[in-house]
Design a protein around this ligand. Structure first.
Ligand code: GLA
Length: 407
């Protein structure tokens, strides 16, 4: 969402006023979505991840309301038939978790308010209008984007600031406690801390961050969304996490980041067959991620493509979080390379991105061939899976969340 455009700012103001009425000029907390380039299912294992923030956002337009409560309106929810209204007070007791599936979205907002209270922030009442050009359920972290944008808006209303990593932890806590997904820290961190034109290399053990410039001369990362989100996603996610934690316990280490070949030799026999595979994925994915960051710096396209492909095979066969639709897109991307001569060598490699069980693949593509690749993939996807290909987007590495005036 481009807030440097006057029309966009005017439209947001108009929508806000149509819900909450006239008053002082509102401000806007803008938070991007994210695509993880590599380092999948490593964050909750204390490992390395390399995501970028993308040029699709959640916007939370906000203004103080002088009440002892928040009033919320979520425009995107209205479009999908959910209940777009919520209101709650400013103390923990006044912010219960909601059971109503039509208002599931509101738990993310409530969870953030509670996480801020727990960190000593004295909340002040405000009206929040939430809208987005970031699709939900496509694996682009719409939830982390919502949490961080809401967090920034609530902090601004309270007249407080917070360290960006601390804000990311508050947002993650909201997801754990109010949405029931035990996610890692990658999504919230990149949403809060990304730098335009860069990928964010995050060490999830030390929380050290390196901004890696992306200059790939005529090449860029793109996503192609399967358009599916399997129901298994969050339960299987929590299961994988539990398997990794169990393996780490057997090895006597805090997280699998510290697992070594020696651990495997000595104690591998105590792991189940699937735990063995999970460990292998995490160990090799950390190595791939470190290498990938180096290859990006050097612009080594072939190596980047190779690491993407390897990461996918590892996620598909060892971590078992892929699905037929993702694997089909992967097969087609490779086929485009070999079979279709005019598209030859336009895609260096690809892999599923995000938690898995649906969502998108991320591919390294030649920028001026993107429309043809998109069309070719959509055709093959329809032929094989009898489904429309979802969102296709050439990615611009974007800046992290920020608060901006609208007038
Ligand atoms: C989801 C979670 C992240 C991370 C990825 C897998 O997006 O929110 O924390 O674990 O899955 O890499």
């Amino acid at each position: 969402m481009d807030l440097s455009r006057k029309q966009v700012r005017a439209l947001l103001c108009k929508e806000f006023v149509s819900i909450f009425g006239p008053g002082v000029a509102p401000r806007c907390a803008l938070a991007p979505g994210r695509v993880n380039l590599i380092g999948e299912h490593t964050d909750y294992n204390g490992g390395l991840v390399l995501p970028i923030a993308i040029d699709r956002h959640t916007a939370v337009v906000f203004r103080p309301n002088g009440l002892k409560s928040f009033r919320i309106f979520a425009a995107a929810v209205k479009k999908t038939g959910g209940n777009p209204n919520d209101a709650f007070g400013l103390t923990r007791a006044a912010i219960p978790k909601l059971g109503d599936p039509k208002k599931h979205w509101a738990n993310y907002v409530r969870g953030v308010a509670v996480a801020l209270l727990k960190r000593g922030v004295k909340l002040k009442g405000g009206d929040l209008y939430i809208t987005a050009d970031l699709p939900q359920g496509a694996g682009l972290s719409s939830s982390a984007s919502l949490e961080v944008a809401v967090g920034l808006a609530m902090l601004a209303l309270a007249g407080k600031t917070m360290d960006r990593q601390a804000l990311a932890f508050a947002a993650q806590e909201a997801e754990h406690t109010y949405a029931g997904v035990r996610c890692g820290i990658m999504d919230q961190t990149v949403v809060a801390r990304a730098k335009a034109g860069h990928a964010l290399l995050l060490d999830c053990k030390s929380l050290a961050v390196r901004h890696v410039p992306i200059k790939l001369k005529g090449w860029a990362f793109a996503i192609f969304d399967t358009g599916v989100r399997h129901k298994l996603a969050s339960s299987e996610y929590n299961k994988r996490r539990a398997e990794c934690e169990h393996a780490a316990k057997i090895f006597g280490v805090k997280t699998l980041r510290d697992a070594t070949v020696e651990h495997l030799l000595k104690l591998g026999g105590k792991l189940t067959a699937s735990e063995h595979k999970r460990v292998r994925h995490v160990m090799t994915e950390n190595l791939r991620t470190a290498q990938f960051a180096e290859f990006i710096k050097k612009g080594e396209l072939r190596e980047l493509g190779r690491e993407l492909n390897y990461s996918h095979y590892s996620l598909s066969s060892d971590y078992q979080v892929s699905c037929p639709e993702l694997d089909d897109l992967m097969a087609s991307v490779q086929r485009l390379d070999v079979v279709s001569r005019h598209l030859a060598l336009t895609c260096k490699g690809a892999r599923m991105t995000g938690g898995g069980f649906g969502g998108a693949i991320v591919a390294l593509v030649q920028i001026d061939r993107f429309p043809q690749i998109s069309k070719g993939l959509a055709k093959l996807y329809m032929k094989h899976m009898k489904k429309e290909l979802g969102l296709r987007l050439l990615l611009t590495p974007s800046a992290g969340a920020r608060v901006l005036p609208l007038s």
